[in-house]
Write a protein that binds this ligand. Sequence first.
Ligand code: G3P
Ligand code: MG
Length: 233
Amino acid sequence: MLVIAHRGASGLAPENTLAAMSKAIELGACAIELDVHCVEGELVVIHDRWLQKHTDGHGLVHQSTLEQLAKLDAGQGQRVPTLWQVLEQVAGRCDLNIELKGRNTSDALIPLLSRAESELGYQPQQFLISSFNHRTLAKVKQQRPDLRIGALIACCPLHYAQFAEELGAFSIHLDVNFAEPELIADAKSRGLNVYVYTVDEPEDLLEMQRLEVDGVFSNWPDRARETLGVTRC
Ligand code: G3P
Ligand code: MG
Protein backbone atom coordinates (compact mmCIF):
# COMPACT_ATOMS: atom_id res chain seq x y z
CA MET A 1 0.00 0.00 0.00
CA LEU A 2 1.23 3.48 -0.86
CA VAL A 3 1.64 5.84 2.11
CA ILE A 4 1.45 9.46 0.98
CA ALA A 5 2.87 12.15 3.26
CA HIS A 6 -0.08 14.47 3.79
CA ARG A 7 0.89 18.16 3.37
CA GLY A 8 4.47 16.87 3.65
CA ALA A 9 5.31 15.12 6.92
CA SER A 10 2.92 17.55 8.57
CA GLY A 11 2.81 15.75 11.92
CA LEU A 12 6.49 16.55 12.33
CA ALA A 13 6.97 19.96 10.68
CA PRO A 14 4.69 22.89 9.75
CA GLU A 15 2.37 21.62 7.03
CA ASN A 16 2.98 22.43 3.37
CA THR A 17 6.37 24.03 4.09
CA LEU A 18 9.80 23.13 2.71
CA ALA A 19 10.62 21.70 6.16
CA ALA A 20 7.64 19.32 5.90
CA MET A 21 8.76 18.24 2.40
CA SER A 22 12.36 17.64 3.60
CA LYS A 23 11.12 15.66 6.57
CA ALA A 24 8.94 13.47 4.33
CA ILE A 25 11.90 12.72 2.04
CA GLU A 26 14.16 12.07 5.02
CA LEU A 27 11.59 9.49 6.23
CA GLY A 28 11.68 7.79 2.84
CA ALA A 29 8.24 8.89 1.61
CA CYS A 30 7.37 7.56 -1.83
CA ALA A 31 4.85 10.32 -2.44
CA ILE A 32 3.95 13.69 -0.97
CA GLU A 33 0.60 15.46 -1.10
CA LEU A 34 0.46 19.26 -0.98
CA ASP A 35 -2.19 21.94 -1.52
CA VAL A 36 -1.84 24.87 -3.89
CA HIS A 37 -3.60 28.19 -4.45
CA CYS A 38 -2.97 30.71 -7.20
CA VAL A 39 -1.52 34.10 -6.24
CA GLU A 40 -0.64 36.64 -8.96
CA GLY A 41 -0.56 33.81 -11.52
CA GLU A 42 1.83 31.69 -9.46
CA LEU A 43 1.02 28.56 -7.46
CA VAL A 44 1.78 28.77 -3.75
CA VAL A 45 1.69 25.88 -1.30
CA ILE A 46 -0.85 26.45 1.44
CA HIS A 47 -4.00 24.61 2.47
CA ASP A 48 -6.49 27.21 3.58
CA ARG A 49 -7.94 30.11 1.61
CA TRP A 50 -7.46 32.33 4.68
CA LEU A 51 -3.91 33.26 5.64
CA GLN A 52 -4.65 33.40 9.37
CA LYS A 53 -5.34 29.68 9.48
CA HIS A 54 -1.72 28.65 8.92
CA THR A 55 0.39 31.82 9.03
CA ASP A 56 0.79 35.03 11.02
CA GLY A 57 -0.87 36.95 8.15
CA HIS A 58 -4.51 37.94 7.64
CA GLY A 59 -6.84 37.95 4.67
CA LEU A 60 -7.60 35.79 1.68
CA VAL A 61 -4.68 34.00 0.06
CA HIS A 62 -5.74 34.84 -3.51
CA GLN A 63 -6.04 38.53 -2.64
CA SER A 64 -2.50 38.75 -1.27
CA THR A 65 0.67 39.35 -3.25
CA LEU A 66 3.71 37.11 -3.58
CA GLU A 67 5.74 39.81 -1.86
CA GLN A 68 3.39 39.80 1.14
CA LEU A 69 3.30 36.01 1.28
CA ALA A 70 7.08 35.73 1.25
CA LYS A 71 7.26 37.65 4.55
CA LEU A 72 4.80 35.46 6.48
CA ASP A 73 5.66 32.89 9.10
CA ALA A 74 4.02 29.55 8.31
CA GLY A 75 5.22 28.05 11.61
CA GLN A 76 8.65 27.66 13.22
CA GLY A 77 10.00 30.39 10.97
CA GLN A 78 9.06 28.53 7.80
CA ARG A 79 7.77 30.46 4.77
CA VAL A 80 4.86 29.74 2.46
CA PRO A 81 6.72 28.17 -0.46
CA THR A 82 5.85 28.49 -4.11
CA LEU A 83 5.18 25.21 -5.91
CA TRP A 84 8.31 25.83 -7.95
CA GLN A 85 10.41 25.99 -4.77
CA VAL A 86 8.99 22.62 -3.69
CA LEU A 87 9.59 21.12 -7.12
CA GLU A 88 13.21 22.30 -6.96
CA GLN A 89 13.69 20.98 -3.46
CA VAL A 90 12.11 17.57 -4.05
CA ALA A 91 13.98 17.36 -7.37
CA GLY A 92 12.16 14.25 -8.54
CA ARG A 93 13.09 12.18 -5.47
CA CYS A 94 9.47 11.16 -4.90
CA ASP A 95 6.07 11.45 -6.53
CA LEU A 96 4.00 14.58 -5.95
CA ASN A 97 0.25 14.76 -5.51
CA ILE A 98 -0.62 18.38 -6.21
CA GLU A 99 -4.06 19.22 -4.87
CA LEU A 100 -5.59 22.21 -6.63
CA LYS A 101 -7.49 24.55 -4.31
CA GLY A 102 -9.14 27.85 -5.14
CA ARG A 103 -9.43 29.38 -8.60
CA ASN A 104 -7.29 29.65 -11.74
CA THR A 105 -4.95 26.91 -10.67
CA SER A 106 -4.96 24.81 -13.84
CA ASP A 107 -3.75 27.66 -16.06
CA ALA A 108 -0.76 28.21 -13.80
CA LEU A 109 -0.09 24.49 -13.35
CA ILE A 110 0.34 23.33 -16.93
CA PRO A 111 3.35 25.50 -17.89
CA LEU A 112 4.95 24.95 -14.48
CA LEU A 113 4.89 21.17 -14.84
CA SER A 114 6.29 21.38 -18.36
CA ARG A 115 9.12 23.49 -16.97
CA ALA A 116 9.70 20.98 -14.13
CA GLU A 117 9.89 18.19 -16.70
CA SER A 118 12.37 20.01 -18.92
CA GLU A 119 14.49 21.76 -16.28
CA LEU A 120 14.29 19.50 -13.24
CA GLY A 121 13.98 16.09 -14.90
CA TYR A 122 10.54 15.12 -13.59
CA GLN A 123 8.62 12.43 -15.46
CA PRO A 124 4.91 13.16 -16.12
CA GLN A 125 3.91 9.99 -14.24
CA GLN A 126 5.49 11.39 -11.08
CA PHE A 127 2.65 13.88 -10.84
CA LEU A 128 -0.85 13.17 -9.61
CA ILE A 129 -3.15 16.17 -9.88
CA SER A 130 -6.15 16.10 -7.58
CA SER A 131 -8.98 18.41 -6.66
CA PHE A 132 -12.45 18.54 -5.17
CA ASN A 133 -13.20 20.74 -8.18
CA HIS A 134 -13.81 18.19 -10.92
CA ARG A 135 -14.29 20.85 -13.57
CA THR A 136 -10.75 22.00 -12.90
CA LEU A 137 -9.56 18.40 -13.25
CA ALA A 138 -11.39 18.05 -16.56
CA LYS A 139 -9.55 21.17 -17.76
CA VAL A 140 -6.19 19.72 -16.73
CA LYS A 141 -6.97 16.42 -18.46
CA GLN A 142 -8.03 18.24 -21.61
CA GLN A 143 -4.75 20.15 -21.78
CA ARG A 144 -2.49 17.33 -20.63
CA PRO A 145 -4.18 13.94 -21.24
CA ASP A 146 -0.97 12.19 -20.15
CA LEU A 147 -1.16 13.52 -16.59
CA ARG A 148 -2.73 11.37 -13.89
CA ILE A 149 -5.66 12.96 -12.15
CA GLY A 150 -7.23 12.07 -8.82
CA ALA A 151 -10.87 12.89 -8.11
CA LEU A 152 -11.36 13.99 -4.52
CA ILE A 153 -14.69 13.57 -2.77
CA ALA A 154 -15.99 13.94 0.76
CA CYS A 155 -19.18 11.93 0.30
CA CYS A 156 -20.55 8.67 -1.08
CA PRO A 157 -21.99 9.57 -4.53
CA LEU A 158 -25.26 8.13 -5.73
CA HIS A 159 -23.54 6.40 -8.63
CA TYR A 160 -20.46 5.50 -6.63
CA ALA A 161 -17.28 6.07 -8.69
CA GLN A 162 -18.97 6.64 -12.05
CA PHE A 163 -18.02 10.34 -12.04
CA ALA A 164 -14.31 9.48 -11.66
CA GLU A 165 -14.42 7.08 -14.59
CA GLU A 166 -16.13 9.78 -16.67
CA LEU A 167 -13.29 12.14 -15.80
CA GLY A 168 -10.72 9.66 -17.01
CA ALA A 169 -9.21 9.71 -13.54
CA PHE A 170 -6.32 7.54 -12.40
CA SER A 171 -7.60 7.47 -8.85
CA ILE A 172 -10.43 8.37 -6.55
CA HIS A 173 -9.50 10.00 -3.24
CA LEU A 174 -11.95 9.24 -0.45
CA ASP A 175 -12.54 10.80 2.92
CA VAL A 176 -11.93 8.07 5.51
CA ASN A 177 -15.45 8.74 6.82
CA PHE A 178 -16.92 7.65 3.48
CA ALA A 179 -14.50 4.87 2.59
CA GLU A 180 -17.32 2.35 2.32
CA PRO A 181 -16.62 -1.15 0.97
CA GLU A 182 -19.22 -0.78 -1.82
CA LEU A 183 -17.68 2.47 -3.04
CA ILE A 184 -14.18 1.01 -2.93
CA ALA A 185 -15.29 -2.12 -4.79
CA ASP A 186 -17.08 -0.03 -7.43
CA ALA A 187 -14.02 2.17 -7.95
CA LYS A 188 -11.78 -0.87 -8.33
CA SER A 189 -14.18 -2.51 -10.77
CA ARG A 190 -13.79 0.61 -12.93
CA GLY A 191 -10.00 0.29 -12.85
CA LEU A 192 -9.52 3.23 -10.51
CA ASN A 193 -6.93 3.36 -7.75
CA VAL A 194 -8.39 4.14 -4.34
CA TYR A 195 -6.58 6.49 -1.96
CA VAL A 196 -8.02 7.48 1.40
CA TYR A 197 -7.39 10.64 3.48
CA THR A 198 -6.45 11.40 6.21
CA VAL A 199 -5.57 8.19 7.99
CA ASP A 200 -3.41 8.39 11.11
CA GLU A 201 -5.03 6.11 13.66
CA PRO A 202 -3.67 2.53 13.68
CA GLU A 203 -7.19 1.04 13.70
CA ASP A 204 -8.17 3.08 10.64
CA LEU A 205 -4.92 2.22 8.85
CA LEU A 206 -5.44 -1.49 9.41
CA GLU A 207 -9.08 -1.22 8.33
CA MET A 208 -7.99 0.44 5.07
CA GLN A 209 -5.46 -2.33 4.55
CA ARG A 210 -8.21 -4.90 5.12
CA LEU A 211 -10.38 -3.10 2.54
CA GLU A 212 -7.43 -3.32 0.12
CA VAL A 213 -7.26 0.36 -0.74
CA ASP A 214 -4.24 1.33 -2.83
CA GLY A 215 -2.99 4.14 -0.64
CA VAL A 216 -3.53 6.35 2.36
CA PHE A 217 -2.63 9.93 3.14
CA SER A 218 -1.02 10.30 6.56
CA ASN A 219 0.40 13.20 8.55
CA TRP A 220 2.82 10.72 10.13
CA PRO A 221 3.97 8.67 7.13
CA ASP A 222 6.68 6.91 9.13
CA ARG A 223 4.26 5.67 11.78
CA ALA A 224 1.71 4.69 9.14
CA ARG A 225 4.25 2.63 7.24
CA GLU A 226 5.30 0.90 10.44
CA THR A 227 1.69 0.08 11.37
CA LEU A 228 1.02 -1.26 7.89
CA GLY A 229 4.30 -3.12 7.60
CA VAL A 230 5.16 -1.20 4.44
CA THR A 231 8.91 -1.32 3.91
CA ARG A 232 9.36 -0.05 0.36
CA CYS A 233 7.68 2.05 -2.33
O1 G3P B 1 -5.71 15.25 -0.81
C1 G3P B 1 -6.20 14.65 0.35
C2 G3P B 1 -6.66 15.66 1.36
O2 G3P B 1 -5.63 16.58 1.56
C3 G3P B 1 -7.90 16.38 0.93
O3 G3P B 1 -8.41 17.25 1.90
O4 G3P B 1 -8.72 19.38 3.03
O5 G3P B 1 -6.80 17.96 3.66
O6 G3P B 1 -6.83 19.16 1.49
P1 G3P B 1 -7.65 18.48 2.54
MG1 MG C 1 -5.00 18.35 0.59
